[in-house]
Design a protein around this ligand. Structure first.
Ligand SMILES: [Zn+2]
Length: 577
């Protein structure tokens, strides 16, 4: 029997000031975790029980999907990261250490290199493929700003899986198997997720989806269609601009207008009394160290991931003031496409722009009546801007896009051969020909998933655990522990429940009922049984369901059957909590 008085459950009345979002506050208040220092947390007994349950669900579904569990080292030689060129990409987020022989080591933020090296050594023949290896392990990232508890920590637990296939058909199958496993995992953990199209970013691949938990505290922007199922990460989202493209005075020749000190989009928009959409924003970048001008409508931001992809470059940074002055012959704030001699890439939403306003490439001046096709030499047209809420849907074309916030809990990628080529993971096909394996990779933030459940499932009084991952399923709460018949009845029901396989937390503390009730709501175990003198006098115990506050008075001999029925309802309805 688990007695509260002998447990370590340090509940707090108030949320510590450092906790900004509900789930972080509740994990601290309910005594699930404690902070060691920024981005580093200890799991206390209740938090660890819930974490183990999430891990068990992940493990069961990965095994069911045919993936094989391994455990790779968290510490890696730096050279292996250099072999794929990713040391340069990730060196800022990696913790770098040296052993006593002065060898360079890193703490792994992810494991593509390590698993590919393993497969390169262990797989030789097509007979050994496909194979999907996964692990549940601690990862390390040197976050600039660790925050929100387990959401963005320096050390966290991930499930990462890597599939190796012979052909694109095989990769598609592995990808779909993982996609379906993820749907089951999150549903079983009691999470409602939204699947969005995602960018592959630093991973280098061709297709990917993210599993998002919609939440105001989410760090990811999501764009979704009101009318159809289109949803994408903001970094990836496409939107059909409904903004105007032909403005007043279109067709007239360009003219320079003095605009002293009007540098920002807001300044210029106010100065010309024109909406921002009429302005063309010109940004000078260094793409693989060569200057290039990127144009987007004035009411949008350049999406650097899209821009990088469109330019097919590795390094992309905004140009420094000296470079801007050199290529535009003007100080920062007055760049425009007309007359530029560096390559120009323009956002597709600018197609057909006439009567627009741009910088004039001279100090304190703008150019009006710009007809982009007529007046500028555009080398490339591409989607290089963020979608805005209110844009048309690129899929159904009827719906409007709306913006949401989300927490990424899972991510599936088709990786291609980037790692298998660099590290020599291949196989001999039936004809004896040497081929490169094609990879997919699949991550779930396990600790983040746990906190996301709380972010999505809580109320003003505390956590509302889905029964599948609650630290205990039932709390038995004797109202007055000094009253012998109360304790006798309470212990009897605890024994019955445990014999039937329930995990029970017994609040045997000699505290005021108000304190115990408040703590019970804060902890949020799904089913609670109050045992009190008044009820016993009437021959009943009280069963309270945390998720809807429903109370049932039940004779002691019917408690077990009622709890079993409630638990079954909660299990089957877990996704609608
Ligand atoms: Zn749509």
């Amino acid at each position: 029997m688990v007695r509260w008085s002998q447990q370590l459950i340090p509940t707090l009345r108030e949320a510590p000031a450092e906790a900004e979002i509900p789930s972080h506050q509740l994990m601290l208040r309910a005594g699930l975790i404690r902070k060691l220092s920024g981005g580093l947390y200890t799991f206390l007994p209740l938090g660890l029980r819930a974490l183990h349950k999430v891990e068990r669900i992940v493990r069961e579904e990965m095994d069911r999907a045919g993936a094989l569990e391994v455990l790779m080292p968290a510490m890696h030689p730096q050279e292996i990261w250099e072999q794929t060129g990713r040391f340069d990409v990730l060196k800022d987020v990696m913790f770098k250490i040296k052993d006593r022989q002065e060898r360079n080591l890193v703490l792994g933020p992810t494991h593509e290199e390590i698993v590919t090296d393993l497969v390169a050594h262990e797989v030789q023949s097509y007979r050994q493929l496909p194979v999907n290896l996964y692990q549940i392990q601690t990862k390390f990232r040197d976050e600039i700003r660790p925050r929100f508890g387990l959401m963005r920590a320096k050390e966290f637990i991930m499930k990462d899986a890597y599939s190796f296939d012979m052909n694109l058909e095989g990769v598609e199958k592995s990808y779909q198997a993982m996609y379906r496993a993820y749907e089951r995992i999150f549903k079983r953990a009691g999470l409602r997720t939204k699947v969005v199209e995602a960018d592959t970013g630093a991973m280098g691949g061709s297709a990917s989806h993210e599993f998002m938990v919609l939440a105001d505290a989410g760090e990811d922007g999501i764009i979704e269609c009101e009318a159809c199922s289109y949803a994408a990460n903001l970094e990836r989202a496409e939107g059909v601009s409904r903004g105007e493209r032909v403005f007043a005075d279109a067709g007239q020749s360009t003219a320079v207008v003095a605009t002293p000190n009007q540098r920002t989009m807001e300044d210029v928009s106010r100065f010309f009394k024109s909406p921002a959409v009429r302005l063309i924003k010109t940004l000078i970048y260094l793409a693989d160290e060569k200057p290039v001008a990127a144009l987007v409508p004035g009411d949008r931001d350049v999406n650097e991931i899209k821009l990088k992809r469109a330019l097919k470059v590795v390094a992309l940074v905004l140009a420094d003031d000296a470079t801007i002055a050199k290529v535009t012959h003007a100080p920062v704030g007055f760049a425009g496409p007309v007359g530029l001699t560096i390559p120009i890439i323009a956002d597709e939403k600018l197609k057909g722009y006439r009567g627009a306003i741009t910088g004039a490439n001279q100090a304190d001046a703008h150019l009006v009546n710009v007809d982009l096709a007529r007046d500028a030499k555009i080398e490339t047209w591409a989607d290089i801007s963020n979608a805005n809420a209110g844009d048309g849907c690129p899929r159904c074309e009827k719906g409007n896009l709306v913006a949401k916030r989300g927490i990424e809990v899972g991510h599936v990628f088709k990786l291609g051969t980037k790692y298998s080529e660099a590290l020599g993971a291949g196989y001999l096909d039936p004809e004896g020909q040497r081929k490169t394996a094609i990879m997919g990779c699949y991550g779930i933030g396990v600790t983040r998933t746990l906190q996301s459940v709380i972010e999505q499932s809580h109320d003003a009084n505390g956590i509302v655990w889905p029964i599948s991952i609650a630290p205990y399923q039932v709390e038995v709460l004797p109202i007055n522990v000094a009253h012998a018949p109360t304790m006798e009845a309470a212990l009897k029901i605890v024994a019955e429940l445990e014999a039937a396989g329930f995990e029970v937390l017994f609040d045997d503390r000699d505290e005021r009922p108000g304190v115990k009730f408040k703590d019970a709501d804060l902890l949020g175990l799904p089913i609670r049984i109050n045992v009190g003198e008044k009820g016993l006098a009437k021959g009943v115990l009280e069963i309270k369901l945390r998720h809807n506050g429903e109370l049932r008075a039940v004779p002691p001999e019917q408690v077990l059957a009622t709890v079993q029925a409630c638990a079954e309802e909660l299990r089957t309805g877990v996704a609608v909590l």
